[in-house]
Design a binder for this molecule. Structure first.
Ligand SMILES: Nc1ncnc2c1ncn2[C@@H]1O[C@H](COP(=O)(O)OP(=O)(O)OP(=O)(O)O)[C@@H](O)[C@H]1O
Ligand SMILES: [Mg+2]
Length: 329
């Protein structure tokens, strides 16, 4: 489990080496009958990324992950995992990935160790090293103490972690995790996130789809947003607001009534929205036009006394809601 798949060659002069792709899709499309589930998706995930895959219900996340996991063939376009084509080199790809589907059954009457040993055998891990491999993955997911337990007696959070242990058994370089934290309570989710961070530190590339965007924001370094099978954004989590032109949000406090201030702000072409919230004003300004001084100046010139103008950090969740139309399919 300790193999580091990163093969960065340090460059002279301390320059950061270019990222190496772990997953690349080129015009990836998938139709189900008349229905287009994925439409010409160009996705890049770099090695050692903890990559958040974001989209509303029916956006095409599971379809994409299933194609990368070689369970589904694309209708057109292609996808590569660590340089291997997922259709032509499906066998090779299967050994490089660990796919945890959104719903997976566990064998409730089996013991934890028995279950993992079974999957180890499926991956042809030799019997003499399987015990050690099983012990290693159990330790990694924090289930060492439950190794003799019946799976049916484990909590939901433990069963999810066992599912993760299962996909780690053959030491894959790329993990495809479809909503691994769904249905978990906050503590179990935090534990799951901590394990994923540990796996990233070990050099694994991880793609995780989730609806809990606040968690993805702190967890992931890069992300993609898809809507109705189309890619809206793919890049660093920090860049999502700028790139998607989601706008910038300011909180403004003025002396006295807010009505006049609202009128003044709404009259500016740069202002997309201005509303009253908790006695203060919440102002959304177009991305390229925003500056704190502009709002203050507008208000002061209009005769309003300003107490505070403060920019608010736009979270991933808010950006997501702004750049997607909320249409599910
Ligand atoms: N086997 C199938 N046959 C027909 N349509 C399908 C099939 N699988 C998925 N779809 C459709 O393709 C679209 C994309 O589905 P997909 O499951 O990839 O979305 P998702 O982003 O994973 O959604 P969710 O957040 O609900 O899991 C949806 O409209 C879905 O109804
Ligand atoms: Mg899904």
């Amino acid at each position: 489990m300790s193999e580091n798949p990163l093969k960065f060659v340090p460059q002279q002069g301390g320059a950061t080496p270019p990222p190496v792709p772990a997953v690349q899709t080129y015009g990836l499309s998938r139709v189900y009958g008349q229905m287009t589930a994925l439409s010409s998706l160009d996705l890049t995930v770099n090695r050692a990324d903890l990559f958040g895959f974001i989209g509303s219900n029916g956006a095409g996340k599971t379809t994409t992950l299933r194609i990368l996991a070689t369970f589904l063939t694309p209708s057109s376009g292609r996808a590569e995992v660590l340089g291997h084509d997922v259709v032509r080199e499906a066998d090779r790809v299967r050994h490089l990935i660990g796919y945890m589907p959104d719903f997976f059954g566990v064998y409730k009457d089996m013991e934890v160790t028995e279950y993992l040993d079974f999957f180890g055998a499926c991956y042809k891990i030799p019997a003499n090293v399987r015990d050690k491999t099983v012990a290693d993955v159990l330790e990694l997911v924090g289930l060492s103490e439950k190794k003799g337990a019946l799976i049916g007696a484990l909590s939901r959070g433990m069963q999810q972690r066992l599912g993760l242990a299962r996909v780690l058994i053959h030491d894959p370089q790329l993990l495809l995790l479809d909503e691994p934290a769904s249905g978990l309570d906050p503590r179990a989710r935090i534990e799951m996130m901590a394990i994923l961070q540990e796996l990233q530190r070990m050099g694994k590339t991880i793609i995780i789809s989730s609806h809990i965007l606040s968690e993805l924001q702190t967890l992931c370094n890069r992300c993609a947003i898809i809507e109705k099978g189309r890619l809206i954004y793919c890049g660093p989590v920090q860049g999502v607001r700028n790139e998607t032109q989601a706008g910038r949000v300011f909180r403004v406090r003025v002396v006295g009534e807010n009505t006049r201030a609202l009128d003044l702000l709404r009259a500016r072409p740069e202002v997309v929205e201005a509303d009253e919230e908790d006695g203060r004003l919440r102002v959304v300004v177009r991305e390229d036009q925003a500056e704190t001084g502009l709002l203050a100046e507008t208000l002061v010139r209009g005769g309003t006394r300003v107490i505070e103008v403060r920019e608010e950090e736009l979270g991933l969740e808010e950006v997501f809601l702004r750049v997607t139309k909320g249409e599910t399919q």
